[in-house]
Design a protein around this ligand. Structure first.
Ligand SMILES: [Zn+2]
Length: 137
């Protein structure tokens, strides 16, 4: 498994990303509190509501990213990191460097995107199934 040589590098990347998200998450929750004087004007109130909505969607994205990072870290532990979940071949290193949480090789990703547009059925993940089982054991 070639990708094992790079796993410590990616482990560091994931841990840095995770810390950054958690740090900004903490900061965001402090800024989240809307002061009463900010709500005195109707326009300010509207923009506060919009800003709140933006923060909520940002947090959802962050939560999703955190899940992907945790999954990738679990794969590093299991030695399945960098392996395509579909064809089980190594994912291109250049692809992993651009998108460390990638689960599919470029070829399978393209195929999956075509299939996704054809049907709404979710794809089965062999590798994820195994890693989640081991994680909870
Ligand atoms: Zn593949």
């Amino acid at each position: 498994m070639k990708q094992q040589n790079n796993s410590s590098k990616f482990k560091a990347i994931f841990e840095t990303q995770k810390n950054e998200i958690l740090a900004s998450h903490l900061l965001a929750s402090e800024e989240f509190q809307v002061k009463v004087e900010d709500l005195s004007d109707e326009n300010d109130h509207a923009s506060a509501v919009i800003e709140q909505g933006m923060r909520m969607s940002l947090r959802n994205r962050e939560v999703n990213l955190l899940k992907k990072i945790d999954l990738s870290l679990a794969k590093i532990r299991l030695g399945t990191f960098g392996v395509c979940e579909c064809c089980e071949e190594d994912i291109e290193l250049s692809r992993l460097e651009a998108r460390p949480t990638a689960e599919l090789c470029l070829e399978c990703k393209e195929t999956a995107e075509i299939n996704e547009s054809k049907s709404s059925r979710g794809r089965q993940s062999k590798v994820v199934g195994i890693s989640l089982e081991l994680q909870t054991a």
